[in-house]
Design a protein around this ligand. Structure first.
Ligand code: S3P
Length: 202
């Protein structure tokens, strides 16, 4: 019996499986903000808010902060001062957020496609690209009125064009996550697994 017990193989060190174990493992290692990048409708805000709650850290949305500072909507900013000015506001907002304590930050879809903003995020934060097909993005966006870039023409064609144009920028993110077919909860769990794997490798 003793000989048999000695011969049995040691259990392999296991990766955390339950949400609680993964949350604990991430919390131990995370030393910078997690920044979610990707196209409109990719779930940056929905997944980010839920993940932050579970991790017990703050959630910030750069678009939301810009709206609060400007006192007008994103659509109005585009209309009144134009996209170039909006990108400047976005860079300043994310510049401050990037230096903050560990938290989850949702960016506007175009933020990571501007070199100065992308460089500062790549340097100071852990960036995650939430990917989804244009059809999935459109189904999640629903009302396109709040997205100035979708005001003209066929929204699906615009999302397809933006997807092709922006993918080379999003590809620079530290972590890539495919969210097609995933509910918000499943995308959050996939995000936790991807973050944990990335942090364990460092
Ligand atoms: C934009 C995406 C929007 C918002 C603005 C521009 C873009 O944010 O920042 O309308 O360039 O893709 P969401 O990605 O949160 O919709």
């Amino acid at each position: 019996m003793l000989a048999l017990m000695k011969a049995s193989p040691k259990p392999a060190p296991c990766k955390p499986d339950s949400a609680e174990e993964i949350v604990g493992s991430i919390a131990l290692r995370l030393d910078r903000p997690v920044v979610l990048v990707g196209l409109m409708g990719s779930g940056k805000s929905a997944v980010g808010r839920r993940a932050a709650k579970k991790l017990g850290i703050e959630f910030r949305d750069s678009d939301q902060l810009i709206v609060e500072t400007a006192g007008i909507s994103i659509a109005e900013i585009f209309e009144l001062v134009g996209e170039v000015k909006f990108r400047e506001m976005e860079r300043k907002t994310l510049g401050k957020l990037a230096l903050a304590s560990p938290q989850i930050i949702a960016t506007g879809g175009g933020a990571f496609c501007h070199d100065t903003t992308a460089d500062l995020l790549l340097h100071h934060t852990l960036t995650v690209w939430l990917k989804a097909s244009p059809a999935t993005l459109l189904s999640r966006i629903g009302n396109t009125k709040t997205r100035p870039l979708l005001h003209n023409g066929d929204p699906l064609a615009t999302l397809t064009r933006l997807d092709e144009k922006r993918a080379p920028f999003y590809k620079k993110a530290h972590v890539h996550l495919d969210t097609d077919g995933l509910s918000t909860h499943k995308a959050m769990m996939a995000l936790f697994h991807a973050l944990d794997t990335h942090l364990l490798r460092q």
